[in-house]
Design a protein around this ligand. Structure first.
Ligand code: NAG
Ligand code: NAG
Ligand code: NAG
Ligand code: NAG
Ligand code: NAG
Ligand code: NAG
Ligand code: NAG
Ligand code: NAG
Length: 231
C-alpha cells in the first residue's frame, strides 16, 4: 500500500522539476520577444520603457505582469503611453499571454499574422492607433478570445470568416475603420456576444437577420455604413 503512493510522489516531484526547468528556459523567450518589441518602437517620449533592460526580469518591467503560478508573462498593458512604432511579430512567441493592450498609442503598419499563435489570449485591444491592412485571416485561431477591440484604426478588407469561430467572444469592436464587404450570416454563431460595434466602416449589403439569434447582445452599433434592411 505504501509503494504506489511513494511512486506517485516521485512522479509528481519529477514532473514539477521538469516543468520548472521548462518554464525557466522559456521566460527567456518572453524576454527576447519583449526586447524585440521594444526595438520596433521608434518613439517613447516619456521613457516608459526605460527600465526594460536585459539585466532585469521582464516581470518587473513597466506594463508587464507575470503569472504567479508559472512565472511567465501574462499581460502587456501599454495603453496611453504615446508610443510610436510597428508591432514586432515576435510578440507571437509570448505563449502564456492573456492580455495584449496597446490602446491609445501611435502604432502603425500591419497587425502581424504571428499573433494568432497566442492561444491563451483573452483580451486584445489595439483601439486608437493607426494600424493598416487587414484583420489577420486566422484570427479565429485565438480560441480563448473574449474581447477584441480594433476601434479607430485604418484597417481595410473583409471581416475574416474565421472570426465567427470565436465562441467565447463578448466584445467585437471594429468601429471606425475601412472594413468592407457584408456582415456574414455566421455572426449569429457568436452566442456570448454582448457588444457588437461596426459603425463608421464601409460595410454594405443586408443586415443579417441571424443577429436576432444573439441572445446576450446588449449593444449593437452599425450606423454610418451602407447597410440596408430592417432589423
Ligand atoms: C524590481 O525592481 C525594483 C526596482 O528596481 C527592485 O527593487 C526589485 O528588487 C525588483 N524585483 C524583482 C523581482 O526583480
Ligand atoms: C520599472 O518601473 C515600474 C513602474 O514605475 C516599477 O514598478 C518597476 O519596479 C521598475 N522595474 C525596474 C526593473 O526598475
Ligand atoms: C519568435 O518569433 C519569430 C518571428 O515570429 C521567429 O522567427 C523566432 O524563431 C521565434 N523565436 C523563438 C525563440 O521562439
Ligand atoms: C479598448 O480600449 C478603448 C480605449 O481606446 C476602451 O474604450 C475600450 O473599453 C477597451 N475595450 C476593451 C474590451 O478593453
Ligand atoms: C475616431 O474615428 C472617427 C471616424 O474616423 C474620427 O472622426 C475621430 O476623430 C477618431 N477619434 C480619434 C480620437 O482619433
Ligand atoms: C472554424 O473552426 C472549425 C473547427 O475547428 C474549422 O474546421 C474551420 O475551418 C474554421 N473556420 C474558419 C473559417 O476558419
Ligand atoms: C443560432 O444559435 C444557436 C444556438 O443557440 C446556434 O447553434 C446556431 O448556429 C445559431 N444560428 C445561426 C444561423 O447563427
Ligand atoms: C528553450 C526551450 O526550452 N524552449 C521550449 C519552450 O517551450 C516549447 C513548448 O511550448 C518547447 O517546444 C521548447 O523546446
Amino acid at each position: 500500500m505504501e509503494k504506489p503512493s511513494f511512486f506517485v510522489f516521485l512522479l509528481i516531484l519529477h514532473c514539477s522539476i521538469v516543468s520548472l526547468a521548462w518554464t525557466d528556459k522559456n521566460i527567456s523567450i518572453d524576454k527576447s520577444a519583449l526586447l524585440a518589441f521594444k526595438s520596433y518602437i521608434t518613439s517613447d517620449p516619456y521613457d516608459f520603457l526605460a527600465n526594460w533592460s536585459i539585466s532585469s526580469s521582464p516581470c518587473n518591467w513597466t506594463g508587464v505582469t507575470c503569472n504567479t503560478r508559472h512565472g511567465r508573462v501574462h499581460s502587456l498593458n501599454l495603453g496611453g503611453m504615446d508610443l510610436k512604432g510597428t508591432m514586432s511579430p515576435q510578440l507571437g512567441n509570448i505563449s502564456f499571454l492573456v492580455e495584449l493592450d496597446l490602446r491609445d498609442n501611435s502604432f502603425y503598419g500591419q497587425i502581424p499574422k504571428e499573433l494568432v499563435q497566442l492561444h491563451r489570449l483573452k483580451l486584445f485591444n489595439l483601439s486608437y492607433n493607426d494600424f493598416h491592412g487587414q484583420v489577420p485571416a486566422k484570427i479565429g485561431d485565438l480560441s480563448m478570445l473574449e474581447h477584441l477591440s480594433f476601434r479607430n484604426n485604418s484597417l481595410n478588407g473583409f471581416i475574416p470568416l474565421s472570426l465567427f469561430n470565436l465562441s467565447r467572444l463578448e466584445t467585437l469592436d471594429l468601429r471606425s475603420n475601412f472594413i468592407e464587404g457584408t456582415i456574414p450570416l455566421e455572426v449569429g454563431r457568436l452566442q456570448r456576444l454582448k457588444i457588437l460595434r461596426l459603425a463608421l466602416n464601409k460595410l454594405s449589403g443586408f443586415i443579417p437577420q441571424t443577429i436576432s439569434n444573439l441572445s446576450s447582445l446588449e449593444l449593437l452599433s452599425l450606423s454610418y455604413n451602407s447597410l440596408s434592411g430592417m432589423f
